[in-house]
Structures are given as C-alpha cells and as structure tokens.
Write a protein that binds this ligand. Structure first.
Ligand code: SF4
Length: 380
C-alpha cells in the first residue's frame, strides 16, 4: 500500500477536507476538481493556477491514480470494452456504448459479486472485493478523457453523457464507495451529469435503496427477472432476503425522491424459465395491476447471453416479441435491448466472461502479449 492519497477517492467535500488538512482554503478543492475531472490532468506541475507551494505539497502527498489497462477492445459497432487490473489477479470491465444522441459508460462497482444471479457470468465468478471510490471513478476518468482525445472533441464537449452502474458487482453492496463516486459524477466542477443520466442498477438491496433515496437519488434500475417469488428466489438469490412485495414497496418509496417518475425493470429473457405468456401476464399483474404493488415503470427485456456454466439458453426472438406484446398491450412501456459489442463480448451479462475464473484471469494477465498500458500511453 502506498501512503500517498489518491485524489480520485474524494468527492468535493472530501477534497476540501484534504486541502484544509494541508492548510489550504476550500476553493483549492474546486480548482483541483476541475483540473482532474474536467481536464483529465494527472500532473500537478501542469495545474498552472495552483500556487507553486501547493503543487509542491501535493507532489509528495497525493496522486491521481489510474487503473492499469489490461486490454482494450473496440467493436465494429463502436462499443469499447476495457479490462482494468485491480490487483491480486482481479480485473473489472468497463464498457462504452456510443449512440447517435448519447454516449453511455457502463461502470463496475465490485470485483466479482456476492449476489450470485444464475444468468450472470459475474455472479458465477464469486465475490472478490469492493472497489474504492477512486477505482470506480478511475473508470470514468480514463474513459472520458481517452475518448475525448480519440474523438477530437473540443473543450467543454463530453464523450460520456450517461453513466450506468451496471457493470460487475452489486453497487448497493458497496454503498460507502458508491455514493461519493455518484456525487463526483453529478458535480458541476467535475462531470456535471444530470441525476436522470446517472443510473444505479440493483438486484434489490432494499435498505440501501432507501438510503440512496435520502443520500443521492439518481435514476434507478431494478433487476427483476421474475414476477413471482418462487422463481426469483432461484434466479436472484437476494430475493429470499428481500422478496418481491418488499422490493415493490421500496421502489415506490424511491420514486418519491427519484429524478425520474418511473423505475426501469430489467428482465433477462431465459428460454423456458421466465419467458412464457403466463410469466408475461404475471409480470403485468405485478407492476401494472390495481394492487398496492403497482409501480410506475418501464420494462427492459434483455436477450440472455449464454455461457456454459449457467445451463441456461437465450429465449428465441419470436418468444421475446410475444412476451413484449403482452406487456405493451397491457399498457406497459416495454423495450427489447439491442445487443451491442457482441463481437467483443461486451453485451449485458457477458461482462466478466473474460475473468470468470480469477485464477485463470491472473494467469492470462501474466501471459498477455501486450504490457499493461499506463494512462497517458496511446492505447491505439
Ligand atoms: S446480475 Fe448484478 S447483482 Fe446479479 S450476480 Fe450479476 S453483477 Fe451481481
């Protein structure tokens, strides 16, 4: 462990406290924030409006610590996937998805995941550790500034307009690191993203949904995947602790403070498991009925990306469309997620495909023909 502080670990209040500890005024924190997050600076010597004495103090005590890039892959559809080394043989993935009107970054919050959803390759690899705030933000920091440079954007133009915490890990099981990272994403002195464009995706950690509503309400996506407890207990084991009725009540409470007036429910379509017409009708009755669990929502149907250990298959397209039609006819806004980055295994649920087994990942990282590329080196 280095004794040098990683400035990516701080939200603005944290940075201000750090500056005060150095005998500096609070506005220095704002200056540092702008240099680091808006301009992508890593070298204190380049921060020309900071007093020379402060730059010298910082040089010995602090750094902006990127995550080493193990691999970068670019899909034919423009999707970019990075594999970052987080030490001890662990790696996490980050995916950039460009669209006509937005650029979305899918960010990881943990190395592995303890929830163990049956259809998720990250869940099958087990839990290794929580990422720090600095490691969560390093994914955004590197991607934003690397993409700006690559796309030739002008000062003030952004490559990343939306962040979804949908990479590896259950973000609400890493709450203390997540919330400062979200605050930096929203901060006008940093990335300045609107709350509607930052989405936390959860498998349903009910007490933490309540805390997020109080501490930092952003858009919320809930991995639902089943309309009844017996099936959800099997697909999303966390359901045994927080069953569907409790989850729906938590969604309703969240909406009281949410920046959007709906919850997005994610539903991974698994052949013969959760994709029948009866399941569609049960789902409709759950979220769109007249009962106390009715939740204003949108449904996002996700084509499953099979991997051998799951023993599950992707629902045929016709079945997905039949399922979607039942929901749409019942008045539910329903979309079917386009798969992106298939050629680089960047589609939803494929994250961690490369690092399913931590031992193998560690060996592969040693074997890689390209050295780990530090930030600032050309990745192309
Ligand atoms: S779907 Fe999300 S919560 Fe479930 S195992 Fe995968 S990463 Fe964890």
């Amino acid at each position: 462990m280095t004794g040098v502080v990683n400035l990516l670990d701080f939200d603005l209040d944290g940075m201000a406290a750090f500056c005060e500890g150095l005998g500096e005024k609070r506005f220095r924190a704002t200056q540092l924030f702008r240099w680091i997050h808006q301009r992508g600076a890593q070298d204190f010597a380049a921060m020309s409006d900071l007093a020379k004495s402060l730059r010298e103090k910082l040089a010995g005590k602090a750094e902006i610590r990127p995550l080493p890039v193990v691999t970068e892959q670019i899909s034919t559809d423009g999707t970019v996937k990075w594999l970052f080394d987080v030490g001890a043989g662990n790696a996490v993935e980050t995916v950039f998805i460009p669209e006509d009107d937005r650029g979305t970054l899918c960010v990881s919050s943990q190395a592995g995941c303890a929830v163990g959803c049956r259809f998720c390759s990250t869940g099958h690899q087990g839990f290794s550790r929580n990422l720090t705030t600095g490691e969560i933000l390093a994914q955004l920091w590197m991607a934003e500034h690397k993409l700006r440079e690559r796309l030739g954007l002008k000062p003030g133009e952004r490559a990343i307009t939306n962040v979804v915490m949908m990479g590896m890990g259950e973000p609400l099981q890493n709450y203390n690191a997540l919330v400062p990272a979200l605050r930096v994403m929203l901060d006008d002195h940093a990335y300045g993203l609107s709350r509607r464009r930052v989405t936390v995706s959860t498998s349903g950690v009910v007490p933490m949904m309540d805390r997020l509503r109080e501490d930092c309400p952003v858009a919320l996506a809930v991995s639902l995947h089943a309309p009844i407890d017996a099936l959800r207990d099997d697909l999303v084991p966390l359901n045994r602790k927080y069953p569907i009725a409790e989850l729906m009540q938590a969604c309703l409470r969240y909406l009281e403070a949410a920046p959007r007036d709906f919850i997005t429910f994610e539903y991974c379509m698994l052949d013969g498991v959760n994709d029948t017409e009866d399941h569609a009708r049960a789902l409709l009755a759950l979220v769109n009925g007249r009962g106390p669990n009715r939740v204003p929502c949108k449904l996002n149907l996700i084509p499953f990306n099979p991997f051998p250990a799951s023993g599950l298959l992707r629902s045929p397209r016709e079945q997905v469309m039949r399922f979607a039609k039942i929901l749409q006819d019942g008045g539910l806004v329903t979309t079917v997620r386009k798969t992106r980055g298939d050629d680089i295994d960047a589609a939803c649920g494929q994250l961690a495909g490369e690092v399913q087994d931590r031992t193998r990942a560690s060996e592969r990282m040693k074997r890689l023909p390209v050295p780990i590329v530090p930030l600032g080196s050309p990745l192309r």
